[in-house]
Design a binder for this molecule. Structure first.
Ligand SMILES: N[C@@H](CCC(=O)N[C@@H](CS)C(=O)NCC(=O)O)C(=O)O
Length: 216
């Protein structure tokens, strides 16, 4: 059975690939698994039918043969565990790649998303400008540490894995900010990830949704 995922009917990012259906699409493309997409409106995401799939009223979700999953990392991990190509065969390498997936979502993503959310939720507050340097410093600390670990390697641990897929996805959220300027190896790492044919196909697919809705 072809898995079905959910994505925004009208993504607030206007097709720039920041919505979290993007890493799931990317994972499917990497392993060559066809998938269906059900588009949901912001309103429908908060209604019982969607809440039964995703208790927090968000996308993405994953459904296949009675299995319902939510949380991007869990969905990508499931795809990686049930197909070849996104996790090493050896148990130790596999465990390390999964560790990098967790590092992406639980160590790198929180300060990055905090700054991003503050940008659209708190911009009008008198204290926003004071808080911004603190938030950026937290991100810089993590970038410095990640950059030191990556060094001049191509990927985080040997060959490209689901760990890199999740990490590149998270780091991409900083595109357009100056935060990556001091970390050329991370900028190159993102460029390597987003140049992958599977990434390009996933990006084009989510972009097509925006173009269809905006008539472009
Ligand atoms: N930790 C969740 C976060 C999901 C999430 O934040 N989804 C966003 C789209 S990228 C969303 O649905 N936002 C709408 C909302 O929260 O109302 C995951 O990784 O799946």
């Amino acid at each position: 059975m072809t898995p079905t995922i959910t994505a925004f009917e009208n993504s607030p990012d206007r097709g720039r690939g920041f919505a979290r259906d993007m890493p799931v699409r990317w994972a499917f493309e990497e392993v060559g698994q066809p998938y269906d997409v059900r588009l949901v409106s912001l309103k429908a995401m908060k209604e019982p039918a969607h809440l039964a799939l995703q208790p927090f009223g968000q996308i993405p979700t994953y459904e296949e043969n009675g299995l319902c999953l939510f949380e991007t990392g869990a969905i990508v991990l499931h795809i990686a565990q049930t197909h070849e190509g996104l996790l090493p065969i050896d148990a130790a390498g596999r465990a390390r790649a999964i560790g990098w997936m967790f590092a992406a979502v639980s160590t790198m993503e929180p300060p990055i998303v905090e700054r991003e959310s503050a940008g659209y939720l708190e911009r009008g507050e008198s204290w926003h400008d004071q808080r911004l340097p603190l938030m950026e410093e937290r991100i810089r600390t993590r970038l410095l540490q990640l950059s030191a670990r990556l060094g001049d390697a191509e990927w985080l641990d040997g060959g490209f894995s689901a760990g890199d897929l999740m990490m590149v996805t998270v780091l991409r959220r900083l595109e357009g900010s100056k935060l990556l300027d001091a970390f050329q190896n991370l900028a190159d790492y993102i460029a390597r990830g987003t140049a992958r044919p599977a990434y390009r196909r996933a990006f084009a697919a989510q972009r097509a949704v925006f173009e269809a809705i905006s008539g472009r």
